[in-house]
Design a protein around this ligand. Sequence first.
Ligand SMILES: [Zn+2]
Length: 108
Amino acid sequence: MPFTRASIYRRDGYKCQYCGDAFASEDLTFDHVVPASHGGRRDWTNIVTACVPCNKRKGARTPQEASMVLRRSPRKPVARSVFRVSLGIRQSPASWRDYLYWNAELET
Ligand SMILES: [Zn+2]
């Protein structure tokens, strides 16, 4: 799982982890739960999705200092288990074909 802005937003369901509202990705920011100035690291367990107003309100403070409560404690997402199709689509029972077709990982 790459540690990117997009994957953080996806983990948090595009919801600000302080007010709980959902936003478009361009209206979201990411927030260091423990500010970098307090030794907070830039990793899965210290970065959450935050809307601009909450991020400004929190500033360079910990959630406790800012009296703001995290909706969920941030964690590293578990890699999605990939369903590997070992059976060729042609040999599979007919009723499986649509399922396999729509759910097979796309080869790029
Ligand atoms: Zn917010």
